[in-house]
Design a protein around this ligand. Structure first.
Ligand SMILES: Cc1cc2nc3c(=O)[nH]c(=O)nc-3n(C[C@H](O)[C@H](O)[C@H](O)COP(=O)(O)OP(=O)(O)OC[C@H]3O[C@@H](n4cnc5c(N)ncnc54)[C@H](O)[C@@H]3O)c2cc1C
Length: 481
């Protein structure tokens, strides 16, 4: 492994407190829950050291010899934005769109904030220099970043006026000249065990009296008192039987903060709920970040469609009209998402306040909302096309070389595929639709960008509806005359 991948893996031995299956993980890269995924990420990091490929994923930082990942490129032109798209797409194609939190989303958020740092200093005069210093540190050290924005799911019918909730949601317990101490929990941070820093703020708007809960923080993963509590691992060892679970299990975790110290330079905002809300809703930064998620999603839909087409051909169902109709639907899914992506880039414009070249937010928002419905439907189509074939597979491909191998070769073959290749294909499909990893992905696509119900409702609430309603009233007025 070349320089950056290894540097990344080595950097994870920093005293962080990662918990899985009753144990504190001592060596992440060697632990079976993480080794496959970290190997994949290490390989992606290495691309920046490969002179032939580094321009696909990175850019030469002015004044430095080294390349940085293009998620750190502040776009000021259509060309810059296209460079970012290319980098996101390259990583997404390398991982078939299945790895979604490779830190390019969270890095983009930081990049957007950095590009807007002067404007954001209206929220707090200290934020400009903090963002400048942090952005450079993250860019020049290939920091892996992830977000953790939601509060623990204890009782969603209650808010911060409830003492139990207020105590458990992340809040400041004391402060001094050096920084603040925070306690409480944040839930779901994908990539948490192997991230360098967490970007932490409140996803929802808080009322002004809840200043202790209002903050925007950059929290080192190895902070004392911070515990990273992982879900069950979905990682499998054998790539032949589990081609996705063995490589792409991006671990999700809950973060428990037990009086964690955050130095002031990592406290972007604290105490001002409205300022935190403005930072969280900063449109240019959000557009840059969610633009990445749409690029990645297109790659995933393409991959899933490819699997569905191959399955249909392998068992000779691709000639049936209703199967063709469903496979055609997968193509419309891809084209719809691509069209939204292209539209967001074609309608990109310079943010008047910062000059950042921003993809058009409305198309990005629509792609996000639509994706929550398209992905479960794509999975459903794949199930309908393959029928029971997904579980008519021997438990291990190794059995083809075993005592009953000859029989397996005879009875598991497909239209034009030998039995081993066909079973390999169906095992890949199962990893998408039925394995624990596959189920997690369906949940992820429904929820990664926030509650889809409130997401769509916000699109309605935030849209300028007047031109559309005016037209209606005009017609009715004319009809009365
Ligand atoms: C696999 C996975 C990975 C994730 N990774 C990350 C990550 O890396 N970083 C990150 O920050 N987040 C991540 N998320 C979290 C994601 O942002 C949240 O799951 C999402 O915002 C929904 O919040 P919730 O899970 O708390 O659901 P809830 O908000 O508890 O919603 C549960 C149900 O109750 C309804 N509901 C709850 N409250 C209300 C209300 N006030 N009004 C109306 N309806 C309500 C919802 O509509 C929904 O149907 C991830 C989620 C998943 C599933």
């Amino acid at each position: 492994m070349a320089l950056r991948g290894k540097k990344f893996l080595d950097s994870l031995s920093d005293g962080r407190s990662v918990w899985i299956d009753d144990e504190r993980v001592e060596n992440l890269p060697e632990h079976p829950a993480f080794s496959g995924t970290l190997g994949t990420i290490g390989g992606l990091f290495d691309l920046l050291d490969d002179p032939k490929r580094r321009d696909e994923v990175g850019f030469a930082v002015p004044g430095r010899e080294a390349y940085a990942h293009s998620s750190f490129l502040v776009p000021y032109s259509a060309e810059d934005l296209a460079k970012r798209t290319r980098a996101f797409d390259y990583w997404a194609q390398e991982t078939n769109g299945v790895m979604s939190r490779l830190s390019d989303y969270a890095r983009s958020l930081v990049t957007g904030w950095y590009g807007a740092r002067k404007q954001l200093s209206q929220l707090d005069p200290g934020i400009e220099s903090k963002l400048a210093a942090y952005y450079e540190q993250a860019r020049d050290n290939d920091l892996f970043l992830t977000t953790s924005l939601l509060d623990p799911q204890i009782d969603r019918s209650k808010g911060l006026d409830d003492k139990r909730i207020a105590e458990r949601f992340l809040h400041v317990v004391r402060e001094n000249k050096e920084g603040i101490y925070v306690s409480g929990a944040k839930m779901i941070a994908t990539g948490a065990p192997y991230t360098h820093d967490f970007i932490v703020f409140s996803f929802y708007r808080l009322e002004s009296q809840y200043g202790k809960h209002a903050h925007a923080l950059l929290v080192p993963a190895n902070s004392k008192g911070l515990h990273i509590v992982c879900r069950e691992s979905f990682a499998e060892e054998k790539t032949s039987d589990h081609p996705l679970s063995s490589r792409y299990d991006e671990m999700d975790a809950v973060l428990l903060f037990d009086e964690v110290f955050i130095p002031w330079e990592r406290v972007l905002l604290y105490g001002d709920a409205e300022a935190v809300w403005k930072l969280r809703s900063h449109q240019s930064s959000n557009s840059l970040a969610f633009h990445q998620t749409v690029v990645r999603f297109v790659a995933k839909l393409e991959f899933l469609a490819g699997v569905a087409f191959a399955i249909a051909e392998s068992i000779g169902v691709n000639g049936f009209l209703h199967v063709q109709e469903k496979l055609g639907e997968l193509i419309t899914q891809i084209d719809t998402m691509k069209a939204l992506l292209i539209a967001s880039e074609a309608k990109a414009h310079a943010d008047p306040a910062t000059g950042i070249w921003v993809p058009e937010a409305s198309f990005i928002d629509t792609a996000r909302s639509l994706g929550t419905k398209l992905y479960p439907r794509a999975i459903e189509i794949l199930q309908q096309v393959g029928g029971g074939g997904f579980i008519q597979t021997p438990s291990s491909l190794g059995q083809f070389g075993g005592p009953i191998g000859e029989l397996l070769h005879r009875y598991f073959e497909g239209v034009a595929l030998n039995a081993e290749s066909k079973i390999q294909l169906f095992k890949l499909a199962w990893d998408l639709i039925g394995s624990p990893l596959g189920s997690r992905h369906e949940l992820y696509e429904r929820f990664y960008a926030g509650d889809p119900v409130r997401g769509l409702a916000n699109q309605y609430l935030n849209a300028d509806k007047t031109p559309w309603t005016e037209r209606v009233w005009k017609l009715l007025e004319k009809s009365r005359a």
